[in-house]
Design a protein around this ligand. Structure first.
Ligand code: HMG
Ligand code: MG
Length: 309
């Protein structure tokens, strides 16, 4: 019998999704969201961001969310960290993984963190040293890998070079971010091949936004090229505030359903996840999210209920 390799579905909705919400969301709702996600079998969750509250007011309660989120065996929480100050906040809150972030294009990096790529790497050096000494895991995003909203095309070689520098700093995992969701399957295959000539394939994750509706196809392309970790956001929530027009990540429900139907175990309880996203829509956001499997499953439940009545 052939045993399919498992994949990690890395939930980033509480961070990448909520950082973009126009309305303030109560800290208690964020805590309930994280708790529900952890209980649905997601074992990697990015729960908030230790960036400047002036830049991202939506996540100004990061210290409280990270400090109070219920911990579960086998579930690792991460948060974005742009500098040493962010790392110190993460450490005080006791999170397991710090997620650094840098763009492959200068202009997006400046818009996002107010400095150039080389300076971002310098800011990461003391964070990486501290994380290693403290036993904290390190993930790093490279953004704009398939194209930049300000500069256009981005060479895969440039992404590979940056990924290699991050691995040399001590990063465990590089998440390649198609920030504006412009990539296509052929490009994702080529990108993964190029980056994996500079860093081990097992350290590469994909973070695919869905602006052009190709994120799920890009997940499949990444899987076929050997990637086994995929970032996703419940219901497809989110975007990047410094990449105008970009929509949310590929929906977590769509990724889980794609893999489970192909016999690739994710460890995620899809029904519990759909319940969580439906709760978020109805009780917190008061609007519908775009995830396709979510809409299909909720529509089916609705029709079944009406049929039974
Ligand atoms: P700056 O204004 O250049 O920072 O911002 P500064 O060092 O000059 O400090 C200014 C003030 O911010 C000071 O406070 C600092 O203490 C404070 P003041 O003296 O004025 O009261 N400060 C901080 N406060 C809290 N936590 C910190 C921190 N650092 C400084 N860590 C900075 C530089 C990096 C802080 C700012 O640009 C920033 O916070 N940017 C974050 C932008 C962001 O979060 N973007 C969205 C996430 S990236 C993304 O979504 C892409 C991704 O999903 C992957 C993909 O899709 O490709 C990851
Ligand atoms: Mg993102």
């Amino acid at each position: 019998m052939t045993v399919q390799p498992a994949v990690v579905v890395y939930e980033v909705g509480p961070r990448d999704g909520l950082q973009n919400e126009p309305e303030a969301i109560a800290t208690a709702d964020k805590l309930e969201l994280v708790d529900r996600l952890a209980r649905s079998g997601l074992c990697r969750i990015e729960i908030t961001s230790f960036v400047s509250p002036h830049w991202i007011p939506q996540l100004a309660d990061a210290d409280e969310v990270a400090g109070r989120a219920a911990r579960y065996d086998g579930v690792r929480y991460s948060a974005l960290v742009p500098n040493l100050k962010g790392y110190e906040r993460l450490r005080a809150a006791g999170l397991a993984v710090a997620a650094l972030f840098v763009s492959a294009s200068e202009t997006h990096n400046r818009k996002n963190v107010n400095c150039g790529i080389a300076e971002s790497l310098e800011r990461f050096r003391p964070v990486a040293e501290r994380a290693r000494a403290d036993g904290v895991g390190l993930r790093a995003y490279v953004s704009t890998v398939c194209g930049c909203p300000y500069e256009g095309a981005v060479a895969a070689e440039k992404v590979a070079e940056l990924a290699a520098k991050l691995i040399a700093l001590g990063v465990d995992e590089i998440s390649l971010g198609d920030t504006i969701g412009i990539g296509h399957p052929g490009q994702v295959r080529e990108l993964v091949r190029t980056v994996s000539s500079a860093v081990p394939l097992s350290r590469i994750a994909l973070h695919l936004h869905d602006t052009y509706g190709r994120a799920l196809a890009n997940v499949q392309a990444g899987y076929e090229t050997g990637v086994r970790t995929f970032d996703a956001s419940l219901g497809g929530l989110g975007g990047c505030p410094y990449a105008p027009g970009a929509s949310g990540n590929v929906a977590t429900e769509d990724v889980v359903d794609l893999f489970e139907r192909a016999g690739v175990a994710t460890g995620v309880d899809l029904s519990a996840l759909v319940d969580t996203t439906a709760w978020l829509e109805a009780h917190v956001l008061e609007r519908l999210l775009p995830g396709r499997v979510l809409r299909a499953r909720l529509g089916l439940r609705d029709r079944t209920r009406r049929g039974a009545a």
